[in-house]
Design a protein around this ligand. Structure first.
Ligand SMILES: [Zn+2]
Ligand SMILES: [Zn+2]
Length: 430
């Protein structure tokens, strides 16, 4: 997956044609870094759950206004949009950062560790930037400061999208969709969009992938209804626990026996199985919750049909019924191939010694996919695993032990600002 330093050097040498604007970006990075680090620590200590990003949005909006950037707030919930009109005519490029945190109680021992709690679905939970969105916001604030300082030379417009609720609000509602519905890709119309995600990889290393990159993700709910009976007289009822167990087993054969996974993988996981209250009562029904991950819309459609058929017909074979509901979820995060290939040298340069390499498929999902459905987009990964820690075994995103090394932040700032200026200088026309 990750190439050697020798290859990295060759790649950097290949990325030789560097525009004066990118050199200007690079010159400006060191000056903003102390601020980026302090924003990141402040955000990390004050995380807000999806849909509650009030403080975060204010921090962002105040900063953008102070830079003289035109600001719109309350877009798709607590979303903030900044519009930086360059001194010269040109296209519109968007840079996106997501702002929300997760219902996870932080276990990393940091001076700026989160002690925040919040109400989540009727429970008091710890709140933590366990997906690293604090770093995304801080890096994009830094890139905004750099680009605002270069306003007069910019040949086009940069739209900064600070998005709420990437982790979702339930029922298929997610921040990118809400911002799109509020017109974030219009007036002015966005020509291309870039975004990044931090994760486990050597610190500062960038990875990218043309075409499908992250999975489509869909939640499935299966309710098996049988007939309640005494546990000692099962013949008097219809046992939804036994039938539900058969369904869980059979669902595993959809990917392993019925799907062509020779080009892209697929995953079906049942993560919750709820039913019954006591040892000697067969319950009336069980509820199963699962997730389906796919990288191809045709395979996705086929798997949806097979999941429904498998559950319904196994239930019916035993005299029960199964109701299957699959939500609209996230579609595949699919990088525009032309845009990606055009921008690889920019990322190779931004990554310096750590390098930029092709990435494997990532079975997590991203609501960045909804922007890419409408405009050419490119999403890439930035490694944040500290030196001396094995990134393969380090606690990953969403873990209470997830830790993002700040040493990666200059690379992210440089990458975002460089992508914007390189695109404006030489836009990719469809
Ligand atoms: Zn996440
Ligand atoms: Zn995330």
């Amino acid at each position: 997956m990750f190439a050697t330093p020798v290859v990295a050097q060759a790649q950097r040498q290949a990325a030789s044609k560097t525009s004066p604007l990118v050199l200007d970006v690079e010159r400006r990075v060191p000056a903003v870094m102390p601020k980026v680090v302090s924003w990141r620590r402040d955000l990390h200590e004050h995380p807000e759950l999806s849909g509650s990003e009030v403080r975060t949005a204010k921090l962002v909006a105040d900063h953008l206004r102070a830079l003289g950037i035109e600001v719109q707030t309350g877009v798709g919930g607590h979303g903030v949009v900044g519009l930086l009109k360059g001194g010269k005519p040109g296209p519109v490029v968007a840079l996106r950062a997501d702002m929300d945190a997760l219902p996870v109680a932080e276990q990393v021992d940091l001076p700026f560790k989160s002690k925040v709690t919040a109400d989540y679905r009727g429970q008091t939970v710890g709140v933590m930037h366990a997906c690293g969105h604090d770093t995304h916001v801080a890096m994009l604030m830094g890139a905004a400061e750099i680009l605002a300082g270069m306003k007069a030379q910019l040949p086009g417009t940069v739209k900064f999208i600070f998005q709420p609720a990437e982790e979702g609000l339930g029922n298929g509602r997610t921040g990118s969709k809400l911002m799109i519905a509020d017109g974030v890709l219009e007036s002015p119309k966005v020509d291309a969009i870039f975004g990044l995600h931090v994760g486990n990889a050597p610190v500062g290393q960038i990875s990218y992938r043309p075409g499908p990159m992250m999975a489509a993700s869909n939640n499935v709910t299966i309710v098996v209804s049988g007939k309640q009976a005494h546990g000692a007289m099962p013949w008097a009822g219809t046992d939804p626990i036994v039938i539900g167990s058969q369904i869980v087993g059979a669902l595993q054969t959809i990917v392993s026996r019925q799907t062509d996974i020779s080009t892209v993988p697929a995953i079906i996981t049942i993560g919750a199985f709820q039913g019954g209250v006591r040892s000697n009562i067969i319950p009336d029904s069980v509820v199963m919750l699962g997730t389906i991950r796919t990288f191809d819309m045709g395979i996705r459609k086929e798997i949806f049909a097979r999941v429904a058929r498998t559950a319904e017909q196994i239930a019916s074979a035993s005299g029960a019924t199964a109701r299957v509901v699959i939500d609209s979820g996230n579609i595949v995060t699919r990088n525009d191939s032309t845009l990606t290939l055009r921008m690889i040298p920019t990322l190779q340069r931004a990554a310096t010694e750590a390098g930029a390499f092709p990435a494997p498929l990532w079975t997590a999902s991203e609501d960045f996919s909804w922007y890419q459905e409408r405009v050419p987009g490119f999403f890439f990964n930035l490694g944040v695993t500290p030196k001396g820690t094995d990134w393969r075994t380090a606690p990953a995103n969403h873990s209470p032990l997830f830790f993002a090394d700040e040493a990666a932040l200059p690379t992210g700032v440089r990458a975002l600002a460089s992508l914007a200026v390189d695109y404006l200088m030489n836009p990719v026309r469809p």
